[in-house]
Design a protein around this ligand. Structure first.
Ligand code: PLP
Length: 399
């Protein structure tokens, strides 16, 4: 007999474009760090919808704000002034050194805005023809045509040529290679402080400082993609703050509205002045409902010291996972990350380990074939980390 899950799977196959390799799980409801499937089985959520529900699912204050604001005003268009958007702008700008923000609907759109701003800045402010954006091998910046071209992974580009011009990819963590790639046509360098999809690979501080210095010396914009690492995920409010960096432009999305679609591009006044009315726009960006929710998300993150919590729990978790590695020689090559973006790099392809962990009730992600990626809610209990470490130990012993 067909289960409700089988029926859902069949309907989906006949109706939805096959762009996703789905996990064998349908989530019916969720609360905190728990997911429940159609049959009511409980799972520990170590993924947060890929770094989105950082406050946990069904956070009571977020649910309340959604209901309240939905009764008052959801959307009017960016043709109008909106108090909710202005209040959110004030709150997000107070977290960093930037002066202006542009709200959009996703990470890819935030990066698109950054790329457009970089080109326009050189054209309109500097009177320079520079247009090229340099990115790093292994990076991930989105799935629109420009952002997949910026992405330093061949697999996302297949079948989509001709790709837009103006993107160059250089090896990861190689300052001389970056220096050699900068020319009169270079508008910006765009990088992730920790490559998430690329296998949880943190860039060394000396490289990051070197890139910022090089950019400043050569008149190139320094742009950081904080879409996965930002909003307390990596143990600071923004990951670049760990190294006292001051990017000219940075982008955010994912956790910004704890599950509602929201992105942001932030820039210094010097760069943001290249945008004028009509230069860039989006229908939904910064709508009243989204803005109120994002405002609440940031308020809670700051009030509950979630950056600090993420930092401390991350240290604890990585120590626990290293101990599991030590107890199972030859299985774990490396445990990496900062705060609660954690990669457990296995010494072999990880599909079986990932499947067995799912069987035991732990939801996480496998990236780059060998890396178990953990992006748990920042509110997750220490005991859940312990439970996962025990499960991982059992799985590795069973191989
Ligand atoms: C670092 C980074 N940049 C950009 C994106 C694209 O964001 P979105 O899927 O919201 O377009 C992602 C998504 O995984 C990401 O991790």
């Amino acid at each position: 007999m067909k289960t409700p899950f089988d029926e859902l799977k069949t309907c989906e196959l006949s109706a939805i474009c096959h762009t996703y390799g789905r996990y064998p799980l349908a989530v019916a409801s969720a609360s905190g760090a728990r997911l429940y499937d159609l049959a009511g089985r409980e799972y520990v959520d170590l993924l947060s919808g890929i770094a989105v529900t950082s406050l946990g699912h069904s956070h009571p204050e977020i649910s309340e704000v959604i209901c309240e604001q939905a009764k008052k005003l959801v959307h009017v268009s960016n043709l109008f002034y909106q108090r909710e958007q202005v209040e959110l702008a004030g709150r997000i700008l107070a977290t960093c050194h930037c002066d202006k923000v542009f709200f959009c609907n996703s990470g890819a759109e935030a990066n698109e805005a950054a790329i457009k701003l970089a080109r326009r800045y050189h054209r309109m402010v500097r009177n320079s023809p520079a247009y090229e954006v340099i990115t790093l091998e292994g990076s991930f910046h989105g799935r629109t045509l420009a952002t997949l071209t910026a992405t330093g992974q061949q697999k996302v580009k297949e079948g989509f040529d001709p790709l837009p011009q103006g993107f160059v990819t250089v090896p990861w963590n190689d300052l001389p290679a970056l220096e050699a790639a900068i020319s009169d046509t270079t508008a910006a360098v765009l990088l992730e402080i920790i490559q998430g999809e690329g296998g949880v690979r943190p860039l060394p501080p000396e490289y990051l400082r070197g890139v910022q210095k090089l950019c400043r010396e050569r008149g190139v914009l320094f742009m950081v993609d904080e879409i996965q690492t930002g909003l307390c995920r990596a143990g600071c409010f923004w990951a670049f703050q760990e190294y006292s960096l001051t990017p000219d432009v940075f982008t955010s999305a994912k956790a910004l509205a704890n599950g509602l679609p929201m992105g942001a591009m932030l820039a210094t006044d010097e760069v943001a002045r290249a945008f004028a009315p009509g230069a860039h726009a989006t229908t939904f960006g910064g709508g009243a409902l989204l803005s109120r929710v994002a405002d609440k998300v940031i308020e809670i993150m700051q009030r509950d010291n979630l950056a600090e919590r993420s930092r401390e729990l991350g240290v604890y978790a990585r120590d626990r996972f290293r101990a599991v590695g030590a107890a199972n020689p030859g299985t774990i090559r490396d445990v990496r990350g900062r705060g609660l973006i954690i990669g457990i790099d296995l010494a072999f392809p990880g599909k079986t380990v990932w499947e067995k962990l799912l069987d035991k009730g732990f939801v996480l992600n496998l990236t780059q074939d060998t890396v178990l990626r953990l992006l748990p809610p920042l509110t997750i209990a220490r005991e859940d980390i312990d439970r996962f470490a025990t499960a991982l130990d059992e799985v590795l012993k069973s191989l």
